[in-house]
Design a binder for this molecule. Sequence first.
Ligand code: SF4
Length: 507
Amino acid sequence: MVTLIIDCYTDEPAGLGVPPYLGTYPRYLAGHLREQGEDSIYLTIDDLRLWRYYGGKIKDPKPHESTNIRVYNLTHQDVPALLAIADRIVVNLGVHTPGKYLSAIPGTLHEINEILKDVDAEKILTGPAFFGTALEGGKIAEREDLSQFKEVKLMKFSFDEIKRLSIAGASVLGQIPDMRIIEIETARGCSRAIGCAFCTEPIKSKFEYREAKDVISEVKAFYDLGARYFRLGKQACFYSYPHCQEVLKGIRDACPDIEVLHIDNVDPVMVNTSRGERITQDIVKYCTEGNIAAFGVESFDQAVIDANHLNTTPERTYNAIKIINKYGADRGPNGLPKFLPGINILFGLKDESRRTHELNMQWLQKILDDNLMLRRINIRQVNVFPGTKLAEMGGIKFLKRNKSYYFRWRRDIREKIDMPNFKRVVPIGHILKDIYTETYDGKLTFGRHIGSYPIIVGIPGRLLLKKLVDVKVTAHMLRSITAEAISQPRDIKLHEYTPLEVSLASS
Ligand code: SF4
């Protein structure tokens, strides 16, 4: 039995699997199949696009062209041969928190339906798409005829199973020729009894967490394969994990040459305690610089907080920002502050009004005036997924009500808060080391640090891609910087690439 795992990439409130991240779903699945004694082969949606729409040929962009990110994340395996021998195809798909991706475009249900419609194999759809998927903010979930799939199922494994599967499935990395940040799961579900109205996490799982030793063993399995970039990002709140220090110290002890160790997702309420202060110090001590505590604030308006059962208050968020700045504002070797808060703002929640924007601006201005730093402000329009409280309460109608203001609200935040904050975090003339060059846009090369929510850097000239370079900041755009290269591009530390040898001859 040969199974192809087709990774269309996943993005959820708790967990990222869009390249350069390698999410947990294809890894656990590969481990599960291996335990059943079955072969599995990992392919990406980019591999399928290249075969279906570009005749299998990779074209280098001409000097005035941009890198084609629809076919950037290739495994370079023989797609026709693999489709011919496949008995089963498992498609991993689902975006719940759509973003803009520098070097990847997640697959949609419509796209995968089209690509696979003439492929003769048993097909299964899995991943967050089980609960719905939407590639743009402010939309309801994509609706598609899924009749070509024999099953649409979650393929969820217990943490007891994941203890083994995560290690058995780590070999997926060997089929990917490029750098990947390994997204590591520490917990699932939400520790709050009733979750936020828009969020799918409490629907997906009840709250549970992994043993520290299992998390460390998984990281070590990847490390032994040559992986050096990790994020403990698959959980609703890292601070809610009971073994923060044990896991962070354990990883650093077991994997001394790790290059990047970041976390993701923090409930500000959990930072506002003496335990929260200790965890903050441990994160600064054991993780690498450029780290972010992404706070799902969503709104600074108490009316919206109450109506949507959000997790924090403006006062608690402000205090958590202060605590993280107190310990994390110093800079590390790559030029970035060690650990800073990030804020998520969500438009389209129940009881949102023009007053909501005024309150958001007042609190953000206070953060700026008090000389605190934010690593980034993420502004999204809500997606309404079936089964959420927001869907029950009226769904998309709240978004429609204020939609005409969003452009102005977003611009206000970007220009009045984000820009001065950005200049504080990465001032003109500041040197940033180890920028990973990823794509071209005409005569510009775009790169960013490897890690959580990196700042996009536009560098004049077409530098060699997939290398590291040091830069000096020359200007600030609204969400990116421009910088000049001050070093020659150098190689990055990569894991071993060992694709499975399959050709039509062997079928
Ligand atoms: S705190 Fe809210 S957004 Fe975060 S996981 Fe829980 S329900 Fe979801």
